[in-house]
Design a protein around this ligand. Structure first.
Ligand code: SAM
Length: 235
């Protein structure tokens, strides 16, 4: 996902400030509906997020309840979590991505839902993961969702986050023939924001990544595993 340099050049799209949140999100969902299976073809190598989940799994209790926010096609993360013995709920705003995810990971439960609607009063998890999905929100919504995620975690719960390093807010970018809106941070800023939301960053890794289908310069992907600042069993 190219989020830097001149990605926004030549992309004709309304200022999202002029749209309601629902309009913005239905445009994002429609873009991912059109992308569907092609997402996995364009991004066949997902070593960073696979490594992050490998590191996360041993910290989770048997049969852990895990929320995969913006699960996309379910490959590889929902599948990896299910194979690791977790009971996984995948949520996404794109009906088409969820259709593919249900086919790829029939053992998981899937919900068509915007991540801003996560309800910590009604659902709790041993872990939440968000692989390159939080980056589709805006800088004003990301801290709100981080707060929801932290409150939805049991004491000692873990949050696995994958982002692209970039200094942008709600920037339109061309992506596999569609226009998507993305937000990014420099890693120090991202770390600071996680701390402010009450997380402790326990593990951090950065990787240089170039999608198979482009000649573009690599982008920097950031992977963080965070605790929610509480010990397991202290609630
Ligand atoms: C870059 S893809 C990543 C998919 C998957 N997590 C992976 O790593 O392969 C981003 C996904 O987030 C979903 N998404 C974007 N905005 C969302 C939102 N507000 N709530 C839930 N899902 C969202 C998109 O539909 C898409 O499936």
């Amino acid at each position: 996902m190219r989020m830097t340099e001149n990605d926004a050049a030549g992309v004709e799209t309304p200022d999202s400030g002029a749209m309601s949140w629902e309009e913005r999100e239905s445009a994002q969902a429609a873009a991912y509906d059109a992308i569907g299976d092609r997402y996995d073809e364009a991004f066949p190598h997902k070593d960073g997020q696979i490594g992050m989940v490998e590191r996360l799994l041993p910290d989770l209790p048997p049969g852990a309840r895990v929320l995969d926010l913006g699960c996309g096609t379910g490959t590889p993360t929902t599948r990896q979590l299910v194979d690791g013995g977790c009971r996984v709920t995948g949520t996404d705003i794109s009906p088409r991505m969820l259709e593919v995810a249900k086919r790829n990971v029939p053992e998981a439960r899937f919900l068509l839902r915007d991540m801003v609607d996560l309800d910590p009063e009604r659902e709790t998890y041993d872990a939440v993961v968000s692989c390159f999905s939080l980056l589709h929100l805006t800088r004003d919504r990301i801290p709100v969702v981080l707060d929801l995620v932290r409150r939805a975690l049991v004491p000692g719960g873990r949050f696995g986050l994958a982002m692209v390093e970039a200094d942008v807010d709600d920037a339109p970018i061309p992506f596999l023939g569609q226009t998507l809106r993305v937000t990014g941070y420099f890693r120090d800023e991202l770390r600071g924001m996680l701390h402010s939301a009450g997380f402790t960053v326990e593990h951090e890794r950065t990787l240089s990544y170039a999608p198979a289908s482009t000649q573009a310069r690599p982008e920097i992907q950031i992977f963080m595993i965070c605790g929610n600042g509480e010990e397991r069993g202290t609630a």
